[in-house]
Design a protein. Structure first.
Length: 220
Protein backbone atom coordinates (compact mmCIF):
# COMPACT_ATOMS: atom_id res chain seq x y z
CA UNK A 1 0.00 0.00 0.00
CA UNK A 2 1.24 3.48 -0.84
CA UNK A 3 2.27 5.45 2.23
CA UNK A 4 0.46 8.76 2.82
CA UNK A 5 1.77 12.14 1.78
CA UNK A 6 1.52 14.97 4.30
CA UNK A 7 0.61 18.31 2.72
CA UNK A 8 1.24 21.46 4.75
CA UNK A 9 -0.19 24.88 3.85
CA UNK A 10 1.12 27.93 5.70
CA UNK A 11 -0.61 31.12 4.58
CA UNK A 12 -2.93 33.18 6.80
CA UNK A 13 -5.22 34.61 4.13
CA UNK A 14 -8.05 32.38 2.86
CA UNK A 15 -8.31 32.68 -0.88
CA UNK A 16 -4.58 33.28 -1.34
CA UNK A 17 -2.70 31.82 -4.29
CA UNK A 18 -1.00 29.50 -1.80
CA UNK A 19 -4.44 28.07 -1.04
CA UNK A 20 -5.05 27.50 -4.75
CA UNK A 21 -1.70 25.74 -5.03
CA UNK A 22 -2.50 23.49 -2.07
CA UNK A 23 -5.87 22.59 -3.56
CA UNK A 24 -4.25 21.60 -6.84
CA UNK A 25 -1.63 19.50 -5.02
CA UNK A 26 -4.26 17.64 -3.00
CA UNK A 27 -6.42 17.04 -6.09
CA UNK A 28 -3.44 15.66 -8.03
CA UNK A 29 -2.52 13.27 -5.22
CA UNK A 30 -6.14 12.15 -4.88
CA UNK A 31 -6.35 11.41 -8.61
CA UNK A 32 -3.14 9.39 -8.36
CA UNK A 33 -4.69 7.29 -5.58
CA UNK A 34 -2.20 8.53 -2.99
CA UNK A 35 -3.50 8.90 0.59
CA UNK A 36 -3.27 12.55 1.67
CA UNK A 37 -2.96 14.07 5.12
CA UNK A 38 -3.71 17.74 4.45
CA UNK A 39 -3.19 20.48 7.05
CA UNK A 40 -3.95 24.18 6.68
CA UNK A 41 -1.97 25.24 9.73
CA UNK A 42 -3.71 28.60 10.17
CA UNK A 43 -7.20 27.16 9.71
CA UNK A 44 -6.44 24.41 12.22
CA UNK A 45 -5.15 26.90 14.77
CA UNK A 46 -1.87 25.03 15.12
CA UNK A 47 0.03 26.42 18.12
CA UNK A 48 3.61 27.08 16.94
CA UNK A 49 5.01 28.08 20.33
CA UNK A 50 7.62 25.63 21.59
CA UNK A 51 7.34 25.18 25.35
CA UNK A 52 10.34 25.20 27.66
CA UNK A 53 9.74 21.52 28.43
CA UNK A 54 9.78 20.62 24.74
CA UNK A 55 13.07 22.39 24.02
CA UNK A 56 15.33 19.35 24.32
CA UNK A 57 17.25 17.70 21.52
CA UNK A 58 18.78 14.52 22.93
CA UNK A 59 18.41 11.67 25.39
CA UNK A 60 15.78 9.09 26.25
CA UNK A 61 14.25 11.33 28.91
CA UNK A 62 13.43 13.90 26.23
CA UNK A 63 11.78 11.20 24.12
CA UNK A 64 9.74 9.98 27.10
CA UNK A 65 8.53 13.49 27.88
CA UNK A 66 7.69 14.31 24.27
CA UNK A 67 5.76 11.04 23.92
CA UNK A 68 3.37 12.36 26.60
CA UNK A 69 2.59 15.55 24.58
CA UNK A 70 -0.76 16.93 25.84
CA UNK A 71 -1.72 18.80 22.66
CA UNK A 72 -3.84 16.38 20.55
CA UNK A 73 -3.14 18.27 17.32
CA UNK A 74 0.61 18.07 17.86
CA UNK A 75 0.28 14.35 18.60
CA UNK A 76 -1.71 13.89 15.39
CA UNK A 77 0.87 15.70 13.26
CA UNK A 78 3.73 13.72 14.77
CA UNK A 79 1.95 10.40 14.21
CA UNK A 80 1.08 11.23 10.61
CA UNK A 81 4.60 12.32 9.75
CA UNK A 82 5.94 9.12 11.29
CA UNK A 83 4.01 6.98 8.79
CA UNK A 84 4.33 9.27 5.76
CA UNK A 85 6.28 8.49 2.61
CA UNK A 86 6.25 12.06 1.31
CA UNK A 87 5.86 15.67 2.36
CA UNK A 88 4.68 18.73 0.46
CA UNK A 89 5.16 22.17 2.03
CA UNK A 90 3.47 25.20 0.46
CA UNK A 91 4.33 28.62 1.83
CA UNK A 92 5.45 32.13 0.91
CA UNK A 93 8.98 33.43 1.24
CA UNK A 94 8.85 35.87 4.15
CA UNK A 95 12.19 37.44 5.07
CA UNK A 96 14.00 34.42 3.68
CA UNK A 97 12.17 31.98 5.96
CA UNK A 98 8.84 30.19 6.28
CA UNK A 99 5.94 31.90 8.11
CA UNK A 100 6.25 31.67 11.88
CA UNK A 101 3.48 29.08 12.14
CA UNK A 102 5.43 26.68 9.91
CA UNK A 103 8.67 27.41 11.74
CA UNK A 104 6.87 26.47 14.96
CA UNK A 105 5.56 23.31 13.31
CA UNK A 106 9.14 22.30 12.56
CA UNK A 107 10.14 23.02 16.17
CA UNK A 108 7.30 21.00 17.68
CA UNK A 109 7.03 18.09 15.23
CA UNK A 110 10.66 17.33 14.33
CA UNK A 111 11.59 16.26 17.85
CA UNK A 112 13.53 13.37 19.42
CA UNK A 113 11.60 10.13 19.19
CA UNK A 114 9.68 11.37 16.14
CA UNK A 115 12.18 12.70 13.60
CA UNK A 116 15.42 11.37 15.04
CA UNK A 117 17.12 9.65 17.96
CA UNK A 118 20.16 11.21 19.61
CA UNK A 119 21.56 9.56 22.71
CA UNK A 120 23.92 12.41 23.58
CA UNK A 121 24.27 15.94 22.25
CA UNK A 122 27.66 15.33 20.62
CA UNK A 123 26.72 12.10 18.85
CA UNK A 124 25.40 11.27 15.40
CA UNK A 125 21.59 11.28 15.26
CA UNK A 126 19.65 8.42 13.73
CA UNK A 127 16.81 9.54 11.47
CA UNK A 128 13.52 7.89 12.40
CA UNK A 129 11.51 9.11 9.42
CA UNK A 130 11.17 7.40 6.07
CA UNK A 131 10.15 10.20 3.74
CA UNK A 132 11.21 9.42 0.20
CA UNK A 133 9.93 12.54 -1.56
CA UNK A 134 9.88 16.19 -0.45
CA UNK A 135 8.27 18.91 -2.55
CA UNK A 136 8.52 22.55 -1.44
CA UNK A 137 6.44 25.15 -3.27
CA UNK A 138 7.32 28.76 -2.49
CA UNK A 139 5.73 31.98 -3.66
CA UNK A 140 7.94 35.06 -3.75
CA UNK A 141 8.00 38.68 -4.83
CA UNK A 142 11.79 38.78 -5.08
CA UNK A 143 13.26 38.40 -8.59
CA UNK A 144 15.44 35.31 -9.00
CA UNK A 145 18.72 37.13 -9.63
CA UNK A 146 18.29 39.36 -6.58
CA UNK A 147 17.37 36.38 -4.41
CA UNK A 148 20.44 34.47 -5.54
CA UNK A 149 23.07 37.21 -5.58
CA UNK A 150 21.96 39.36 -2.64
CA UNK A 151 20.37 36.88 -0.25
CA UNK A 152 21.81 33.49 -1.26
CA UNK A 153 18.37 31.80 -1.26
CA UNK A 154 18.18 30.92 2.45
CA UNK A 155 14.95 28.94 1.99
CA UNK A 156 16.76 26.45 -0.20
CA UNK A 157 19.37 25.97 2.50
CA UNK A 158 16.68 25.53 5.16
CA UNK A 159 14.76 22.83 3.31
CA UNK A 160 17.49 21.07 1.37
CA UNK A 161 20.46 21.16 3.72
CA UNK A 162 19.09 21.74 7.22
CA UNK A 163 15.82 19.78 7.20
CA UNK A 164 16.05 17.05 4.56
CA UNK A 165 18.57 14.95 6.55
CA UNK A 166 16.04 14.78 9.41
CA UNK A 167 13.28 13.67 7.07
CA UNK A 168 15.04 10.48 5.98
CA UNK A 169 17.16 12.00 3.17
CA UNK A 170 14.27 12.26 0.69
CA UNK A 171 14.53 13.27 -2.93
CA UNK A 172 13.98 17.05 -2.81
CA UNK A 173 12.23 19.21 -5.38
CA UNK A 174 11.55 22.90 -4.85
CA UNK A 175 9.51 25.22 -7.06
CA UNK A 176 9.74 28.98 -6.61
CA UNK A 177 6.94 30.96 -8.26
CA UNK A 178 7.77 34.61 -8.79
CA UNK A 179 6.93 37.49 -8.96
CA UNK A 180 3.48 36.56 -7.66
CA UNK A 181 2.15 40.02 -6.81
CA UNK A 182 2.46 41.13 -10.45
CA UNK A 183 1.29 37.88 -12.04
CA UNK A 184 -1.93 37.84 -14.04
CA UNK A 185 -4.53 35.09 -14.31
CA UNK A 186 -2.80 33.33 -17.23
CA UNK A 187 0.53 33.13 -15.41
CA UNK A 188 -1.11 31.86 -12.23
CA UNK A 189 -2.99 29.20 -14.20
CA UNK A 190 0.30 28.10 -15.79
CA UNK A 191 1.94 27.87 -12.38
CA UNK A 192 -0.90 25.68 -11.11
CA UNK A 193 -0.35 23.36 -14.07
CA UNK A 194 3.40 23.30 -13.36
CA UNK A 195 2.81 22.33 -9.75
CA UNK A 196 0.38 19.58 -10.73
CA UNK A 197 2.92 18.20 -13.22
CA UNK A 198 5.58 18.23 -10.51
CA UNK A 199 3.31 16.31 -8.14
CA UNK A 200 2.53 13.71 -10.80
CA UNK A 201 6.21 13.30 -11.64
CA UNK A 202 7.38 13.08 -8.05
CA UNK A 203 4.60 11.08 -6.40
CA UNK A 204 2.63 9.39 -9.16
CA UNK A 205 2.85 5.61 -9.07
CA UNK A 206 5.49 5.60 -6.33
CA UNK A 207 5.24 2.96 -3.60
CA UNK A 208 7.16 4.31 -0.64
CA UNK A 209 9.28 1.97 1.43
CA UNK A 210 10.86 2.49 4.84
CA UNK A 211 14.39 3.79 5.17
CA UNK A 212 16.37 5.35 7.94
CA UNK A 213 19.67 7.16 7.89
CA UNK A 214 22.04 9.50 9.67
CA UNK A 215 21.63 13.24 10.10
CA UNK A 216 23.59 16.13 11.51
CA UNK A 217 22.78 17.45 15.01
CA UNK A 218 20.09 20.15 15.09
CA UNK A 219 20.69 23.71 16.20
CA UNK A 220 17.96 24.97 18.51
Amino acid sequence: MTAPVVVLLAHPRPGSFNHALASRVVDALDRAGTPVRFHDLYAEGFDPVLTAEEAYTSGTRAEEFLAAEPDPLVRQHRAELGTAGGLVAIHPNWWGKPPAILGGWLDRILVPGVAYRLDDAGGAPESLLSLRRLLVVNTSDTPEERERTLFGDPLDAIWRRCLAPYLGEPQVRRLVLRVVADAGAAQRAAWLDDVEAEVRGLFGGVSFGGRRGKASPPAR
